[in-house]
Design a protein around this ligand. Structure first.
Ligand code: GMT
Length: 376
């Protein structure tokens, strides 16, 4: 198939999933055309992977340059020139609307589009009254719609009164890349032999509750030697740094900024901390599980569909930093438990969420969507 993919190309789960999906589809022989304003961070082009940049003209009249219109124009151009069979957009706003416009522009050919809902497109942006009607319209006009968890599917149907079917296709990891590395020398860079390593990876937005990460670690650190790796960057980082200072633990909290090789960092960690206010899936939890890292997270949104409480880690109420600290101490003080949780988590990640399995489901959906649009 000739497949177009549009996503946000910067750091963030939806862009990562879209990029990995495109790479997998290309290795399976499809031609994949990425259409976005920048090359997605984990993407390199090759004989089957192409990148089409959306360049927005900066005109003085445009206080808000109309990216969605330029994107629609580029989509239509790529769809026609490369005779795409289907377009797959990740994140509803504005991508599903641009895809709809592109489809309307190509009146002589019917090229269907699939929208994948990732979470904040529904729970934050889409739910804002100024975006709700257009988000609902984008969902209704898509030829197929998927959500990354059952939680997100249900919430979309309930809050947007959607009557059309939405399929759940969960996120995935490349199990060859996300596996626990055996070389433990990197551990010495960050921690002494007796120190446990906790890790948090995110875009440091308010929804991630990075201050809770520091509060949890502070409680753990009072009880035993440990280090915390803070990976990523975003608006809440200064608050987290300030809080670590206030607690007098800044020497043990290492802010590493944006990193590319997550599997290596996860491979030296004992626990992933994910105390988010909300996660529709929690891709980073899955990446950690694949690397045998138990997860201590909040029982919110789609997280319980990924992390099973007591099996792959522990799930606690939002803001209950003491319970999350207790769960971390239980794991760090008991190496056998840590190993068991890690092994169970890895098995689950490999059995349920490997790219090799999930990508087949997208392929099947594309074929069904193309067939459906031809018979209409
Ligand atoms: O978290 C965001 O700000 C947006 C979005 C993204 O692009 O990373 O995250 C959502 O999509 C991810 C990939 O499907 C999910 O793993 C995240 O749980 C989801 N974030 C939220 O629901 C808060």
């Amino acid at each position: 198939m000739r497949i177009g993919i549009t996503c946000y190309p910067t750091y963030g789960g939806s862009g990562v999933v879209a990029t990995e999906l495109g790479k997998e589809l290309a290795t399976r022989g499809h031609d994949v055309h990425f259409i976005s304003y920048a090359l997605p961070i984990r993407l390199t082009t090759n004989d089957h992977v192409f990148f089409h940049e959306v360049e927005v003209l900066a005109y003085p009249l445009f206080e808000y340059p109309p990216y969605d219109l330029v994107l629609a124009t580029k989509m239509a151009e790529v769809m026609a020139r490369y005779e795409l069979d289907i377009l797959h957009v990740h994140y509803a706003i504005p991508h599903s609307i641009s895809a709809y416009l592109a489809k309307m522009m190509l009146k002589d050919r019917t090229i269907p589009f699939v929208t994948t809902l990732h979470g904040t497109d529904i729970t934050l942006v889409g739910n804002d009254r100024s975006y709700l009607p257009i988000t609902r319209f984008g969902i209704e006009q898509s030829d197929s719609v998927t959500a990354v968890s059952e939680y997100l599917r249900r919430r979309t149907i309930d809050e947007f009164q959607i009557e059309r079917p939405i399929s759940v296709i969960p996120n995935f990891v490349d199990c060859n890349v996300y596996d626990r590395a055996t070389d433990k020398s990197a551990r010495k860079r960050f921690a002494g032999p007796d120190e446990g390593i906790l890790i948090h990876i995110s875009n440091f937005r308010p929804v991630k509750r990075v201050e809770d990460v520091i509060e949890i670690f502070s409680r753990v650190r009072k009880q035993r030697p440990a280090r915390l790796l803070m990976v990523g960057d975003g608006p809440e980082r200064p608050k987290a740094e300030w809080l670590a200072n206030t607690h007098g633990i800044s020497e043990d909290v290492l802010f590493l900024g944006k990193q590319n090789d997550m599997a290596s960092l996860l491979s030296i960690a004992d626990i992933l901390l994910l105390p988010s206010e909300l996660e529709s899936f929690g891709l980073v939890a899955l990446e950690a599980m694949a690397c045998e890292v138990p997860v201590v997270a909040t029982a919110v949104g789609g997280v319980p569909e990924v992390v099973r409480h007591g099996l792959d880690g522990y799930l606690c109420p939002v803001g209950d930093v003491q319970s999350m600290a207790d769960a971390c101490l239980r794991i760090l003080d008991n190496p056998a438990l840590r190993a068991e949780l890690g092994e169970t988590a890895r098995t689950r990640a490999r059995q349920e969420f490997c790219a090799s399995k999930i990508v087949l489901r997208y392929e099947a959906l594309y074929r069904q969507t193309i067939l459906g649009s031809h018979s209409r």
